[in-house]
Design a protein around this ligand. Structure first.
Ligand code: 6R9
Length: 666
């Protein structure tokens, strides 16, 4: 984003012309967990509001102060309180008589299924806690978890929390290199892994990457033990000095384990976020505030009722898996689906089949998945009974209005509210989102800050912009699940998030989220993408999100990624990569006409200035494992550079396809 203060209002926009509105269904609104008065209560006394939400948890020792913000940006929430996260997520539900309730309907990709009740989960977590203790893990130790989406991943996380060990989950898709750097940075004593997992119908290996990571670190390796789950049964190299089978250590351990309470600010986990530059940031979350923030938002935004079946499709290695598969939903005693694999294995209706089979009522996924389903066509979901669904969530990227409407109509049968939830690894909990029983949704808008959360859009000087203008998204108040620091790097924590807007109206610094946003005429919020991705074309700031949404609003486009490439005359020029909906031909002769048509379509939707200089029709886009488009790599292609670091790509072959396509078109 440009640094000129007068720039923020020159952002061109087509999104503000969106005028479709979706009122909450009357029955849902009448019975909603959270109603409009929550905003009023939180506005009247924010800290009292959060103190009340803390009452959803069991505290061994009550806290004496809600928030200590005397040394910003270092926050302490629920000061003096003591609790155990694993007890709150598991034991207390069993003690309350819900031991037979299913915690997880696990669905393995090859078709194996397993239902795990809260009572069974308690035994399994207790066994794993005892096994970790036997391996020498004590309070404050770091444990790396490198597993596929299997129940043991959840069990391992909760077992760590139970004994006060700090987990760091590394995506199963990451390389040995990435694993090694995380193990070293956080000094992990134990690694929990598996022989492998299943993806796209085939087994893949994990254990060799752990061996390679440890070998790479050599004498610098902090790892004493590797605990190995047997998932696929493939052959693994076994080092008797360090390696232990999970089924040996855990299955033989006692299923009783007395959890100890820890301070509310005791570290719960470190999650590495691979920014676009520099070494990954180890984002630290602590116990009390994080659990309060995730449990409350899950209760409010998904309106969780005891009979609901909730399914979040995120990987456990992404923060969404931590907050909205493990800690929030389990603290609330939810019944969930946990699915190991991909949406197209063995067929493109796999997810809808799972929803039909388990009667899923609350569904949480990412825009990238929704656009993929749009590309495959509605006849696939139309073949399944999705009538159990009542609320649909979205997270990870801005959801294009067209994708929102498709999701609501095709998946949600025109009856389910869509909750577009904006948040980050750093925020730990949802921050900006509709409430399904309160908000009249606007396709493409995350609407406004949840009760108890302060968000605004400011210009370069930190002054809130008027309605109808854009700028930087900031969070104006501390919140319970906020990151506490970057692991071992307080300085980087302060400089990355808190130095840009240091004097938030005399109330301490405001949190700089790194996202561009806009307030519409009603003051509702539209997220515009990372500020690093904003383009400057002949002095006009253009948001990648808005041009992408204009492209996706064309009936032949399923997905689009837009980047700014340097241009001699305009400073930057708009370059677009487009995936077509299935059935629309992508042959090269039709291609030229279509490209012209799409360029004109953008000009009509936004303005001539936003007309892409170049549009490439591509079969796929480069994405991270959490589904975010890696625009940095597309910028490399657009500017004819060698493609940069691709280690966090979900599929490394994609860049070859795109670069060869780009070469042909020039
Ligand atoms: C939870 C998660 C954070 C970044 C964030 C923003 C983008 C996430 C969004 C969204 C628009 C939404 N983002 N949700 N943008 N609307 N509903 O995604 O965490 O992986 O740390 O990414 O994702 O750019 O700053 P994380």
């Amino acid at each position: 984003m440009s640094t000129r203060a007068d720039d923020s209002s020159s952002m061109l926009s087509n999104l503000s012309t969106e005028n479709r509105r979706f009122e909450p269904p009357a029955a849902l609104a009448a019975a909603a967990n959270v109603k409009a008065d929550a905003y009023v209560a939180a506005d009247a006394d924010r800290l009292a509001f959060w103190a009340e939400q803390a009452g959803r948890l069991d505290w061994e020792t009550p806290f004496t102060e809600v928030l200590d913000w005397s040394n910003p940006p270092f926050a302490k929430w629920f000061v003096g309180g003591r609790l155990n996260a694993s007890y709150n997520c598991v034991d207390r539900h069993v003690l309350a008589g819900n031991g037979d309730k299913v915690a997880f309907h696990f669905v393995g990709e090859p078709g194996d299924t397993r239902d795990i009740t809260y009572a069974q989960l308690k035994d399994e977590v207790s066994r794993a806690a005892n096994a970790l203790t036997a391996l020498g893990v004590v309070e404050g130790d770091l444990v790396a978890i490198y597993l596929p989406m299997i129940p043991e991943a959840v069990v391992a996380m909760l077992a760590c929390a139970r004994i006060g060990a700090v987990h760091t989950v590394v995506f199963g898709g990451f390389s040995a290199e990435a694993l090694a750097s995380r193990i070293e940075d956080c000094n992990a004593k134990v690694v929990v892994t598996s022989d492998g997992g299943y993806r796209r119908g085939a087994p893949f290996a994990l254990k060799p990457a752990v061996d390679e990571a440890i070998a790479k670190l050599g004498s610098r390796s902090p790892v004493d033990h590797v605990l190995v789950v047997r998932r696929t049964g493939q052959a693994v190299a076994f080092n008797d000095a360090t390696d232990t089978w999970w089924h040996d250590a855990v299955d033989s351990a006692s299923p009783s384990h007395e959890p100890t309470a820890f301070d509310a600010e005791h570290p719960l986990y470190v999650m590495y976020s691979s920014g676009t530059t520099g070494k990954p940031k180890g984002i630290l979350h602590t116990t009390g505030g994080y659990l309060v923030g995730t449990a409350y938002t899950h209760h409010a935004v998904f309106d969780l009722k005891p009979t609901d079946v909730y399914w979040c499709t995120a990987d456990i290695g992404w923060v969404t898996g931590h907050s909205y598969i493990v800690y929030g939903p389990l603290a609330n005693g939810a019944t969930q689906v946990l699915y190991e694999g991909t949406p197209d294995s063995p067929h493109q209706g796999r997810w809808w089949e799972i929803i039909q089979r388990y009667g899923v009522t609350l569904f949480y996924t990412a825009p990238t998945a929704i656009r993929t389903f749009m590309k495959w066509g509605r006849s696939i979901p139309d073949g399944f009974d999705l009538s159990s669904l009542r609320i649909l969530g979205s997270v990870g990227e801005p959801i294009n209005p067209e994708a929102y409407v498709w999701y609501r109509s095709v998946i949600g049968g025109d009856r389910c509210p869509v909750v577009d939830t904006w948040w980050q690894t750093e925020t730990g909990q949802m921050m900006i989102s509709p409430l399904p029983g309160v908000t009249a949704g606007k396709p493409g808008s995350a609407m406004k800050a949840l009760p108890g959360i302060g968000a605004d859009v400011v210009d370069d000087a930190g002054v809130p912009v008027p309605n109808g203008s854009g700028g930087y998204l900031v969070l104006t108040q501390p919140w319970p699940a906020m990151l506490r620091t970057l692991w071992g790097d307080d300085e980087r924590f302060v400089s990355t998030y808190w130095e840009k807007f240091p004097h938030g109206a005399g109330r301490g610094p405001w949190y700089f989220a790194g996202d561009g946003a806009k307030k519409d005429a009603d003051g509702d919020l539209w997220l515009l993408g990372r500020v690093d991705d904003v383009m400057n074309v002949s002095g006009h700031r253009l948001s990648t999100t808005e041009i992408e949404s204009a492209l996706v609003s064309h009936p032949r486009v399923a997905e689009a990624a837009v980047v700014g490439a340097s241009d001699e005359t305009t400073g930057q020029a708009v370059c677009a990569y487009v995936i077509l909906r299935q059935g629309s031909d992508s042959g090269s002769s039709a291609g030229e006409d279509l490209v012209q048509e799409l360029r004109n379509h953008v000009a009509k939707e936004i303005g001539a200035i936003a007309k892409p200089r170049q549009i490439l029709i591509v079969p796929e886009l480069p994405k991270t494992r959490s589904g975010k488009i890696m625009r940095r790599l597309l910028r490399d292609v657009a500017e004819n550079r060698a493609v940069g670091d691709t280690t966090t790509l979900s599929d490394s072959g994609i860049m070859d396809l795109i670069t060869s396509g780009a070469a042909k078109s020039t």
